[in-house]
Design a protein around this ligand. Sequence first.
Ligand SMILES: [Zn+2]
Length: 329
Amino acid sequence: MRLAHAGGLTAVARFIGAGQGCLLLFHRVAPADSWAGLPNREFHIDAAFLGRLLDHVIGSGWDVVTMDEALARIRSGTGRRFVNVSIDDVYRDAIEVAAPVFRSRGVPITLFVATGIPDGTMTLWQAGLETILLDRDRVMLEDGSAAEAEDAAAKRRLFAHLAAAWEADAPELRYLRFCALNGHDPAALHDRNGVSWAMLEAVRDDPCVEIGGHTVSHARLSSLPLEDARQEIAGCRARLQERLGLPVQHIAFPYGQRGDCGEREFSLAQEAGFATAATTRRGLVGAADRSGLHALPRNTLNGAHRHTSQVEVHLSGLGGLLARGLRAI
Ligand SMILES: [Zn+2]
């Protein structure tokens, strides 16, 4: 079955009622002229596409709002339909590349920060591996052989191969070994990719930037003992408030799918004082979520999204309907 063309879905979206909204998220953003050459480009959206998407959303009559405003509209069930856009984890590009795209249109972006990134306690191994492959055409591997990757396609293949191999067993350790083998400093690579406290402090009063939490270490919360999960959630909020002096009201769960967070984590987010918590389960938000503010659906964008028509499936709510329908089969 052909679902509908873009215009059709936009028409569907027009019937979405007052106080209803769509939460969108992505991870990294790259300038249009460097996106195509990235070894892990699926993880980045193209900044030019992001600009077109915002123009399309705004031009179609959606308000782009903070999570504070989204919460107010969900609670009241009134106000125009809305979109919130968030970035998870938070790398430097969130502030250097993404925030200016929002600021130039006078609309806000929400940053869900894993505090282990500015604290330097998380090993950003995927970003580090990608940076090394961008810098070099030849790398040494742990078995003593060398791998050549001279063009973008070869770098993408090598990234996918190494990331899959490392992910299966101790990725952080294997990344640190790889850095040593190839003469790279992991701390310098961390600084090139991760957001810093100074960068976050510089935007803390920016009306176009809202800051929320994404745990301390980006753990898969459902796999942790209760006290550890509590610390990941409450500790993240305490750290952000301590460093930035902001009332941090919103959190997004790492990974965010059904197996990654559930009732226990929703309760822990509420207990820690967060007013909302977001998953990555697809769908729209609205008055029906008043009783589920700590399990809000959110829709993921990635590098495969190159055209605004691809986002219509989320804006129309069809993505969530399809996801629920497929589970029911
Ligand atoms: Zn994340």
